[in-house]
Ligand binder design. Sequence first.
Ligand code: GLU
Length: 469
Amino acid sequence: MPEIRTRFAPSPSGFLHIGGARTALFNYLLARNLGGKFVLRIEDTDRERSTPESIQAILDSMEWLELAWDEGPFYQSERSAEYQPYVQRMLDSGAAYRCTCTPEQVDAMRKEAKAAGRRPGYNGSCRNRTDIAATDPHVVRFRTPDDGQTGVKDLIRGGVLFENTEFDDFVICRTDGTPTYNFVVVVDDAEMRITHVVRGEDHLSNTPKQILMYHALDLSVPEFAHVPLILGTDGSRLSKRHGATGVTAYRDMGYLPDAMNNYLARLGWSHGDQEIFSRAELIEHFSLDHVGSSAGVFDPEKLEWVNFQHLKELPSSTLASEVKPLIEERQWPLPGDDGWLAKAVATVQERAKTLVELVNSIKYYFVDEIEFDPKAVAKHLAKARPALLTDLADQLAGVEDWSEPNIEDVFQYVLTKHELKLGKLAQPVRVALTGGSVSPGIFEMAAVLGKDRVLARLQAAIPLAEGTD
Ligand code: GLU
């Protein structure tokens, strides 16, 4: 068995979108599952569209998703010397030929064929010429068979047959000497000893042409797997209308890379009815056998749910390190060490769907200037009796070991003394400590905040309490 080798071969013309990320992921998972190698190849031959920024965006996205490649990145723009000998081989064997037809002439041929009801394309007029010198301006065309069929054995969709008459003699090398996409892909995949080409369905129609070239060059043909498209929830092809389509936008919105991978993997692949997978489980179970041939629908709500499932399972110390950069970004002070931060985030770990939502819900742990929600103040804090809050503050001031159970004991004592139900005390206190009426459990939150800050906030809130009964 030769070593399994997969590759991701993006053309850098923008950010890495959801579909590209899924293709990268499938290649990564297949290589990992089969103990093979995953190669990254940047197809940057289109000089106008390939910018350094978009190359960087692809690398950043892959790093964020932790889709570690074993070889590369290789850049096609740096490999031009590799391609010329293959062009020459094809010329020598007669599999390709020089053509001096101008673009205008080829255009006229297309129109003529169309008018005559034939498939528009190049008419082969230079096919049998022997008078074209290497120094004459020319393109090189591949000689496609005049009849027969080319079959693509696709690991996802089964056998697909193409009539060879569908293909005209396509250009493999332009007048300026640059090779074209289909040809370069064949040379690169062969040279990089790729055994499995997993890519988007939009490339299926290129595959028979590539197979013909593999045969012409006497190279072994890799396995192909064309992954179906991704659609938006309305059934149309995924686009900006459906929300962010660039992978890094999800990083910025506070998604976890493994949640993203989990969601992307399930967009087209299944393993029984399991929905939540760790990276290790994805690697263990992934196989092309269970990639479906129908389009996947990108559902942001499901992605959010998957993220929530991953978030709540994270060890709190890991969650703390994910959250820390977001706190720094917001320039909030950090009143405790990493251990404290882990305790703080643990109080809301099951309450947020994204890291951003989580961080934004706990500003009060970091910033002492409380932003009061006027509605919460009016509904809860203003209705509390100042004496009640003063009593609570006095009792809390006496707590020596500031722990959740001790805080709870004080609350119970004050509630009994004033003959109140917990809500009557907890809600005003919650508003006093956080500014709003929603927070984690009052005792655990107060324990995380610390005694001094709790007392200061209670004292500051007492003037807002105007209750009389
Ligand atoms: N560079 C092509 C693209 O980004 C992919 C080529 C391939 O996978 O064969 O669409």
